[in-house]
Design a binder for this molecule. Structure first.
Ligand code: SF4
Length: 470
């Protein structure tokens, strides 16, 4: 069945479950782990559930359905899931709630085997390629009282037109592609999300034009490798239409930049090896594209990068940074770094610190290497002892925090354009927003500023935020 008819079939199951729920207001809880792509998938799961007559609750004690959208990039995610399942066992016995688990972790057989063995009370297990079939699986669970496992290992498809319930009304995430063909040796994503596949330009433009009509100001384009958008389709000779001449990531950015109403465009996650001239030029020339670019480094040593299968060297990464800083005015950079990859020596770790000192990143997401079953990294012999990994992590963290103070200082006294997002979480009398470089700014102001981009003078800096005034 083609994807369009598959979505139509699921709409029929949505109606069937809705019928079962009429005269009732069943409640659901949802726990999302992992990346922004998973959060966007959860928005689709919430959209389907609310079309089936469910309403969301934060309190599992009053829920009729508990849903987990899992991540498997790091080990602690599994512990978190099993802990939550333990808590739900009693509610299952007392109230017969339905428990459903989806997401990347479900593509790992050793995990689903563990769940079936240790948590046999779980009703539905579904994977990354069957998320769109959630209405059908829920209907069968309710009607046939059966436990269901709907997990397939395929290259992957794109399902357009799934219902979506978005968090907030100022910023929205839009997935432009899924899957990854890079197979970095520490990463499980290619094994659980399938091969790279891009949405058709017309579907992305249609979605963003609709978001602009709804008043959304900022769009974040999502993908494991956004700057290889449409490359797999080119390679396979797939016709992706001629929407505004879009045939690459650069031309997609330029087309979105023309959409009235959208004020800011962000994107995650790009790969350094795919930053071609046209992408750099598009970031520089598109006034709505934020000049904070996420450029995952992972390691600063070329031998480690080779073993990570990252397809660039330390020198190439630094040359790219230099080229981007020359071509893109006001560019700021964020990055991801893994410490303790198998075989990483002290000297090789020093190379990572050296790149951090040279580049002065605006933001560094730091991770301790975590073995993932099924990845080449997991089979490597020279694993680094945990204690040593933590020592390196602490050294990197100290360097990054010292640089952040320096970086933040340069904002004081400047006027920044800030998108006002709402009340400050820690102080209801203050508002919060973000600069183009994604810095949090706290300031005094009236509620009618929420959703607007305003000029704020930065008067002081604090480790995790800046203080501003009108
Ligand atoms: S590019 Fe590498 S790190 Fe990123 S999702 Fe693909 S395999 Fe994982």
């Amino acid at each position: 069945m083609d994807t369009a008819n598959e979505v139509k079939l699921q709409e029929q199951y949505i109606e069937k479950v809705k019928k079962i729920n009429q005269n009732k207001i069943p409640k659901y809880t949802i726990l999302t782990m992992g990346c922004q792509l998973n959060e966007n998938d959860s928005e689709k799961l919430c959209g389907m559930l609310e079309n089936m007559g469910y309403i969301q609750t934060q309190d599992s004690k009053e829920a009729d359905l508990a849903l987990f959208n899992t991540c498997c990039v790091r080990e602690n995610a599994e512990d978190k899931l099993f802990g939550k399942l333990g808590e739900l066992k009693r509610l299952k016995e007392e109230r017969g709630i339905i428990i459903a688990i989806g997401g990347c972790m479900m593509q790992e057989k050793h995990i689903t085997d563990k769940i079936k063995q240790s948590y046999p009370f779980v009703d539905i297990l579904f994977g990354t390629h069957t998320l769109h079939k959630f209405p059908e699986n829920l209907y069968k669970t309710i009607e046939e009282k059966k436990k269901l496992e709907d997990i397939i290992d395929i290259n992957g498809e794109i399902y357009e037109g799934l219902p979506i319930k978005r968090e907030g009304n100022i910023k929205a995430s839009v997935t432009i592609m899924n899957g990854c063909n890079n197979f970095c040796s520490y990463c499980i994503v290619p094994y659980v999300r399938g091969r790279e596949r891009s949405r058709m330009p017309k579907d992305i433009i249609y979605e963003i034009e609709d978001l602009a009509k709804q008043g959304y100001q900022e769009i974040t384009l999502l993908g494991q490798n956004v700057n290889s958008y449409l490359r797999a389709e080119h390679e396979k000779g797939i016709n992706f239409g001629d929407k505004e001449g879009i045939h690459s990531f650069a031309t997609l950015l330029k087309a979105i930049n023309k959409i009235d109403g959208i004020k800011r465009i962000r994107f995650v996650s790009p790969h350094p090896k795919d930053f071609t001239e046209d992408v750099i030029e598009a970031i520089a020339s598109c006034n709505k594209v934020c000049k904070l670019v996420h450029l995952p480094l992972q390691s600063g040593n070329s031998k480690v990068l080779k073993e990570m299968n990252r397809k660039y060297t330390k020198e190439q990464y630094l040359a790219l940074v230099k080229q981007m800083k020359e071509k893109i005015p006001n560019l700021t950079l964020s990055t991801d770094i893994i410490v303790g990859f198998p075989g990483e020596t002290e000297k090789e770790f020093e190379d990572t610190l050296d790149v951090v000192r040279q580049v002065k990143f605006e933001q560094v997401y730091m991770f301790i290497y975590s073995r993932r079953v099924g990845t080449p990294g997991d089979k490597m012999e020279n694993q680094i002892p945990e204690e040593q990994k933590h020592k390196r992590f602490d050294r990197l963290k100290a360097l990054v925090e010292s640089q952040m103070q320096e970086n933040n200082q340069k904002y004081v006294g400047t006027v920044q354009k800030v998108l006002v997002e709402g009340e400050s979480k820690n102080n209801k009398d203050l508002l919060t927003g973000r600069t183009d470089s994604n810095k949090v700014v706290i300031f005094e102001g009236s509620e009618d500023l929420i959703g607007k981009i305003i000029d704020l003078k930065i008067i002081s800096e604090h480790m995790w935020y800046l203080k501003g005034e009108m």
